[in-house]
Design a protein around this ligand. Sequence first.
Ligand code: CP
Ligand code: NVA
Length: 338
Amino acid sequence: MNHLYQRHFLRLFDFNALELKSIIKLAQKLKKNKQNNTEIQLLQKKNIVLIFEKESTRTRCAFELAAFDQGAHVTYLGPGSTHIGQKESISDTAKILGRLYDGIQYRGHDHKKIEILADNSNVPVWNGLTKKFHPTQLLADLLTIQEIYPNKKFHEITCAYVGDASNNIGNSLLEAALLFNFTLRIIAPKKYWPEKKILKLHQENQKNYPSNIIYTENIQKGVKNVDFIYTDVWMSMGESQDNWEKRIQLLRPYQVNTSMLDMTNNPDIKVLHCLPALHDQHTEIGRNLSKKYGFDNGIEITHDVFQKNEDIIFQQAENRLHTIKAILISSLLQKISL
Ligand code: CP
Ligand code: NVA
């Protein structure tokens, strides 16, 4: 019996560590099968709908390709292309889509919206990113960490998260550290630490999940001897562009650059980034910010550090496909036989 069958996945805490590990294990198998050209289509005759109220490259492609590889059909509903919130409530939308489809992916702003969607849907709802959480990203990150250190247990891993720790990646990483018991150092100005409710959740779960999580503004202390430094953009989708000035003022010292890497004291330090990244002048936002605020080598991460770590960063991105495929199979099939 597959315990994940028909379950919603809105945040990592919806599943326990064993269940999440089973998804990662399945993703490893699926990745191997795809590479060996031995993939079996388990999702034929399944239909899924993807609602995107924000832009996406990786998440959309990963859901679509995962479905195509597995024989399922996909409907993509892009930003502004549905009645949601204008002429139709999210709960009515859930009821109609649940009658038509076997599963619903939602990427949007307010996390409350996906909770309403899930409460009113009789089919699984997967969170493809909300302001608060990005759980499918973390599945890919955990698979990547495991691939890099196949002989290490998660509790032997130390990861620093540097930058805007109050965003969906910061919050999800915190849940991952609690569930998987790895050491997490959250390094950011206090203003950008995870929101109070999430911190409280950490305190409440400290006894059940004895992972080592610290919050600090001190970069030198925070990054010392870590295995990974993880960062994300300083301004997430949907936030007001007017915030840039304040963000840059506070976050500038937290840029991931060679001097931060030197502070780790780890010659084998590895950098993770969920992407997209502002690491060069080939994006409109990157160019504008560089010009306005005088950055000459990337914003949240410098180009040299990005390039040196890009194999790992793009491995993370590729793993979105395999892990999303695993979550689709896990929630849509009562019995999984590969
Ligand atoms: N990392 C991630 O979710 O990328 P997209 O915004 O391209 O989906
Ligand atoms: N924090 C980022 C993650 C992008 C994948 C955002 O929400 O825009």
